[in-house]
Design a protein around this ligand. Structure first.
Ligand code: PLP
Length: 324
């Protein structure tokens, strides 16, 4: 008889979080170190699993959501995938409205996890380039459905438990994994849940940690610039308006990234690090390399960023318009 098995997760919910931190030593051999949190290893293959579980758990704990109640969310797909897996395990019917411009792989995954997905025509964007107006159209439909069905509306853009989930999990994990040796943190901003939650925690434990918000070049409202390029490849982030959850008190500076840079580092992550990831991961790493190259952080700095989702969530594009 073998020994009793004790290392068993009771459900997919226990697979969320506690992701490893990997050193990108082949992309940035030094000086200093570039470390990345492997959020694509969550069961829904993105960082949004954390806030999905966090927001639903807090709603259940507070009694705002009752067991088995229907749930609705507006999503670029990753929040939807995270919610779909949480709802599958907990037994809530889920409907997600999503812009047709977001990647079809995400709709396929949500449906496979039992969610109902309503795809909404784009207003101004193109497939792969989703603007604030496109997200607003998906939101309008979502709010209509909430009114009709009485479903619980998760509301990631206005739900404080979104950023709390990162303050309670992602931030503390980074602090523990680096042994507190971290000079800077940086992340792209969609709802701002990740940036706010992590930066709030890191500034609390060490106010010296510098926190940088990453924006697509030409869509930099946090930097205070006029929007000149609302269309970009950083799906799930950079909507051209300062999100409601964003507060300026934990941000030191912003960094900007072009589509070309995001694609270049998305490819380098694959070819040099063996990591097949999405565009915002490429953007985060591109921004981190710029920051390290600038030398502003002093001698041998440790920079931490997040690898937000898997490359399998996107259609493969061999040649981009800027390459023709
Ligand atoms: C691929 C990707 N990267 C980054 C983000 C931004 O995360 P947050 O909403 O926590 O700002 C999202 C959000 O949906 C995303 O899907």
């Amino acid at each position: 008889m073998g020994s009793p098995q004790t290392d068993i997760k009771s459900s997919a919910l226990e697979l969320i979080g506690n992701t490893p931190l990997v050193a990108l030593d082949r992309i940035w051999p030094g000086p200093g170190r570039l470390l990345a949190k492997c959020e694509f290893l969550n069961p829904g293959s993105s960082i949004k699993d954390r806030s999905s579980y966090g927001m639903i758990k807090k709603a259940l704990d507070s009694g705002k959501l009752k067991p088995g109640d229907p749930i609705l969310e507006v999503s670029s797909g990753n929040q939807g995938c995270g919610l779909a897996l949480v709802c599958a395990v907990l037994g809530h019917p889920l409907t997600v409205t999503m812009s047709k411009g977001n990647s079809p792989q995400r709709a396929t995954m949500m449906r496979a996890l039992g969610a109902k997905v309503e795809l909404i025509d784009q207003v101004e964007g193109t497939p792969g380039n989703v603007t604030l107006a496109d997200v607003s159209a998906a939101e309008t439909k979502g709010l209509e459905l909430v009114k009709e069905t009485g479903a619980f509306y998760v509301d990631q853009f206005n739900n404080d438990n979104n950023s709390c989930s990162h303050e309670e999990t992602t931030g503390p994990e980074i602090w523990k994994q680096t042994g507190g040796k971290i000079d800077a943190f940086l992340a792209t901003v969609g709802t701002a849940g990740t940036f706010m939650g992590v930066s709030r925690y890191l500034k609390k434990v060490n106010p010296e940690v510098k926190c940088f918000a990453v924006e697509p070049e030409g869509a930099q409202p946090i930097q205070g610039c006029e929007i000149t390029k609302p269309l970009h490849l950083l799906q799930g982030s950079g909507y051209g308006a300062v999100p409601r959850l964003f507060k300026f008190d934990t941000m030191d500076e912003t960094l900007s990234v072009t589509d070309q840079e995001a694609v270049e580092y998305k490819r380098l992550l694959g070819k040099k690090e063996g990591l097949y990831l999405g565009y915002t991961s490429g953007a985060n790493v591109a921004a981190a390399v710029k920051l390290l190259k600038s030398g502003v952080l002093g001698k041998d700095p440790v920079v931490v960023t997040v690898l937000n989702d898997s490359g399998l969530k996107y259609p493969e594009i061999l040649k981009y318009p800027f390459e023709q």
